[in-house]
Design a protein. Structure first.
Length: 686
């Protein structure tokens, strides 16, 4: 049989050859390093037979697929260790994640029902002991009846529940040593390569993410083929703790959370609000240059709006419960069809059980906290007729949306329940799609450059061909949309990767996957092409032939959300924000109270040029003032004493430069212009 390699070359192998055989055919060194194999885009076990004509990549530790197989196998190894240490433990799921693995376990029926951090070293030790046994990961297809009997005999309710959703003929077991698990794979060949393990922390996790179900113990871990790699990883984790945006948010007084307000609902403090407004003003200015018009839409909308858009019920798992008018939960007894049908002061009742799960979807009438801005923007477009001469119509809004994230999934600003998107929607003709998409790519690149996010991947997020019921719209429209994104990205010089199953339910998208200073990947900016919402909302324009036709809709958010963007940016910079973005750009530090008046005059001069300036008039020694300004990460400090006041100058100090922090003396007009020039350069406007 013939196999194609990623570089286009081919290899002839005997029928039934495996990924390991291919690796050996290429080189003995590759065979030793191989962990898994990618076959036509699917990661598989190294020892599974290859299909004739497939395109195959050998995956090592240096590949994402290789790491994923290694960490998935490590999760199984941890489960084996847990069964050995805590007889009677019940297992949930144990996937690989971006940086390691976890397993959800139920220890309530064991002699050790509660784990603590003190237990983790013993589990690590057992894992290494088992790994050294060099047990092969053996894959086996299992009839459903046999699988059910196996887990009934073990008394494992979570695995039995997982089996309920699986069809006979699609069930596989993996066994290593004395441990067998229900699993699709893939796995590495044996436990031997797992040389270094660290279990990082414990957390509670509701079974299947449902707060009404049992809470399991989630054990997070990471593993490596070399001890040195583990040590380097732990060093990065320690640095990440120092850069944690939640820690920086408290120290820099940017944002807070209040139990009285509710989890996942951030409150922006004055300095954080300045930071947020600076980001908003920056993007607004860029949008004006590109012909966007601002709009403002409500925080709630009728269920019928979201039913038409598909968000209700497609987003039912992420929605806050609907609000129904009392006595009008369904049919004609509900709210009217026109705005004037609803009398002022109509009573609205909350629906659902308080868990965040939406009720069964029927024809109920009521309101919903908006999960997305796009349905509202369709109504802005639809409020008057359009000609092809009017297009493109570009509508932009910094709109707050709401998602009912599970409490265990909340994480500072990066996973919240209420967040503001830098949302815009472009309505254009099919002929305008590519240019508009390219213009949005250019805007996103401008944003990333201004924030020094230089290491990113452009990901074309496609539908999952094996799960088409997740998506709305005709296949031909999806084909057109996916190809348009590929062409626009190529013409903008972007190198892209494609990921199936990552599309929005209404259309494919181009996601910007940004790598931060610690090497972690974040999905920030996104551009989405949509042929479906214009159809669902019956949006039209009159073309050159006086025919009514559908516009194409482009969804666009360069930041993604302000909250997530700020959280990622704080960790990327360690809180050392560029001058243009810092909430306080300059702090004036008088040496004694005698210089307070002069310090205020310097601040007034700089504020007049649009700079954000504070004066520290506390009766403290100037050394203390400098230290405090350094802790606050203020980019520029101006020290003024008697000699500076007499000469109309300032002594300039820059944050974070160590021995080079002192920049000498400057006259105020020259300093002002220097700072403005620096900001212009950072924004690419010099």
């Amino acid at each position: 049989m013939q196999i194609t390699l990623p570089d286009g070359s081919t290899r002839d192998l005997p029928d039934g050859a495996t990924g390991r055989d291919l690796a050996q055919d290429i080189s003995a060194g590759l065979a030793r390093a191989a962990l898994a194999v990618e076959v036509d885009g699917e990661v598989r076990d190294l020892d599974r037979p290859l299909p004739d004509g497939a395109t195959v990549s050998i995956l090592t530790w240096d590949s994402e697929g290789g790491k994923a197989a290694f960490w998935h196998s490590s999760a199984h190894l941890m489960a084996e260790a847990l069964e050995a240490l805590y007889p009677g433990v019940k297992l949930g799921i144990g996937p690989a994640i971006e940086s390691g693995f976890y397993y959800d376990v139920d220890l309530s029926r064991t002699d050790h029902p509660v784990l603590s951090a003190d237990d983790l070293p013993e589990i690590e030790k057992k894992m290494i002991e088992l790994a050294r046994q060099d047990s092969a990961f053996e894959r086996r297809d299992v009839p459903k009846a046999e699988a059910v009997a196996h887990f009934e005999a073990k008394g494992d309710p979570y695995k039995l529940e997982l089996l309920e959703g699986l069809e006979d003929g699609a069930i596989t077991f993996y066994t290593q040593g004395g441990f067998t698990d229900l699993c699709r794979g893939p796995h590495i060949a044996s436990t031997k390569p797992i040389k270094a393990v660290k279990l990082l922390n414990l957390a509670g996790a509701y079974w299947r993410g449902d707060e009404s179900r049992p809470q399991l113990t989630r054990i997070y871990g990471v593993s490596f083929p070399k001890q040195k790699l583990l040590e380097e990883h732990l060093e990065r984790l320690e640095l990440a703790k120092q850069r944690d945006h939640r820690k920086l948010g408290r120290e820099l007084e940017l944002f807070m959370f209040s139990d009285k307000v509710g989890p996942g609902l951030p409150i922006w403090l004055p300095k954080g609000a300045r930071l947020r407004e600076t980001l908003v003003d920056f993007l607004k200015e860029e949008q004006v240059k590109r012909g966007y018009e601002p709009v403002v839409t409500p925080h709630i909308g009728r269920l019928e709006l979201y039913r038409t858009s598909g968000h209700y019920p497609y987003y039912s798992d992420s929605q806050f419960p609907p609000m129904f008018e009392k006595g009008g939960a369904s049919g004609s007894a509900g709210l009217g069809t026109e705005a004037e049908d609803v009398s002022e002061g109509a009573e609205i009742a909350n629906a659902g059980d308080g868990t965040g799960a939406a009720p069964v979807v029927g024809d109920e009438q009521g309101y919903l906290l908006k999960p997305m801005n796009c349905p509202h923007h369709t109504q802005v477009y639809a409020h008057k007729p359009h000609s092809y001469r009017d297009l493109p119509v570009r509508l932009a809004e910094f709109g707050t949306v709401y998602r009912y994230e599970q409490s265990g999934e909340l994480g500072g600003l990066t996973r919240v329940r209420g967040f503001t998107q830098d949302d815009a929607h472009i309505f254009c003709t099919p002929a305008q799609v590519k240019d508009e998409f390219k213009n949005v790519i250019d805007l996103t690149l401008t944003v990333l450059k201004a924030l020094a996010f230089e290491d990113f991947t452009a990901q074309v997020s496609l539908r999952d061909p094996a799960n088409t019921e997740k998506y709305i719209g005709e296949p031909a429209q999806w084909d057109d949309a996916e190809q348009a994104i590929r062409e626009a990205a190529a013409e903008m010089g972007l190198e892209t990767v494609e990921e199936e199953g990552e599309a929005a339910f209404y259309g494919p998208k181009l996601d910007f996957m940004v790598k931060d200073a610690l090497g972690r990947k974040w999905q920030l900016g996104t551009v989405q092409l949509d042929y479906n919402l214009p159809e669902r909302f019956d949006l039209t324009y009159v073309d050159e032939n006086d025919a009514r036709v559908r516009p194409v809709m482009i969804h666009r958010a360069p930041f993604g959300s302000l909250e997530r963007f700020v959280g990622v940016m704080l960790e990327h910079t360690g809180g050392n924000l560029p001058l243009w973005l810092a909430p306080t750009q300059v702090k004036v530090l008088p040496i004694t109270d005698d210089q307070n008046a002069y310090a205020q005059s310097v601040a007034a001069d700089l504020k007049g040029a649009g700079l954000r300036v504070e004066v520290d008039t506390r009766s403290e020694k100037v050394g203390r003032k400098i230290r405090d300004a350094e802790v606050e990460k203020v980019p520029v400090m101006l020290i003024v004493g008697r000699s500076e006041a007499e000469a109309d100058t300032v002594s300039v100090r820059r944050h974070g430069l160590g021995d080079e922090s002192d920049q000498g003396t400057s006259e105020v007009p020259a300093l002002r212009q220097s700072l403005l020039d620096e900001i212009a350069r950072q924004l690419g406007r010099a």
